[in-house]
Design a protein around this ligand. Structure first.
Ligand code: FPP
Length: 248
């Protein structure tokens, strides 16, 4: 995957292009952003959380239907305890804030990932946010927390295997559709565009099944510095891609 340079000029406006229905973002580079400033990694996450708020709002404003952000992976538990605590505090702050503002918002909040690992307090905020927002008609915002693409597939396979063992389905009934229907993102379209700031050329276990035909745009900007202009550039780059889905 090539790195899409930040300095590339913006040539067209968003009104001239077809926007993706579903965008995924790997919010990467918080640690490096903090290190560059001689700050603790948690300061990078705090700045990253602010960027997340702005970019989620911007995606909703320009009419994106689904946004999935990678906030905490199944592998992120390997980080030092103080960094994990700081991230959990940021999640809590955001979830409390979104409950407070829920009447003025049209965004539907969903959480994807294994939520059994979270504190009862965080868990109840997650449930409350989903319940409060489920009848809204705006952008669906999936926050991937304790999410891993492989773990998601194992969960789907186990569920299908259990149904087969009970005689509910036959192995040949298992199709790409039934697998999709057993993922956290069941019922949602696959991401068309995945943006990875910070220049890393990896999927990092993000939406492995769903991203089969996603266009990746890797950008050389650290997540806390990411702006709506950067998002526009990614959208314009996406619009130039010739998506063939395996055809010609
Ligand atoms: C990866 O950057 C980022 C994370 C593991 C955390 C992402 C979390 C946020 C943006 C803040 C909170 C989010 C919400 C939903 C309120 P990194 O730490 O791996 O950066 P590095 O590669 O530069 O070290």
């Amino acid at each position: 995957m090539a790195i899409f340079k930040k300095k590339q000029p913006k040539e067209v406006s968003l009104s001239d292009i077809v926007l993706p229905e579903h965008i995924g973002i790997i919010m990467d580079g918080n640690g490096r952003w903090a290190k560059k400033r001689g700050l603790p990694r948690s300061a990078g996450h705090t700045a990253g959380a602010q960027t997340f708020r702005k970019i989620a709002r911007y995606c909703s404003d320009i009419g994106i239907k689904y946004l999935t952000v990678y906030a905490f992976s199944t592998e992120n538990w390997r980080r030092p305890g103080d960094e994990i605590d700081a991230l959990m505090r940021l999640f809590k702050d955001y979830l409390q804030e979104s409950i407070r503002d829920f009447k003025d918002d049209s965004i539907v909040l969903r959480f994807i990932g294994d939520r059994t690992a979270f504190s009862p307090e965080l868990l109840s905020l997650m449930n409350e946010n989903e319940e409060e927002s489920c009848d809204r008609d705006g952008m669906v915002l999936n926050i991937a927390m304790n999410y891993g693409g492989r773990a998601e597939l194992v969960r789907a396979i186990r569920s299908l295997a259990a149904r087969a063992a009970e005689g509910g389905i036959k192995p040949e009934d298992i199709t790409e559709q039934t697998v999709s229907d057993n993922l956290y993102t069941a019922g949602q379209p696959d991401p068309d565009l995945i943006i990875r700031p910070s220049g890393e050329n990896r999927t990092s276990n993000f939406l492995l099944w769903q991203s089969a035909y996603a266009e990746y745009v890797i950008m050389d900007v650290l997540w806390p510095d990411f702006t709506s202009d950067d998002l526009d550039r990614a959208l314009i780059e996406f619009a130039k891609r010739n998506r063939r889905f395996g055809g010609v």
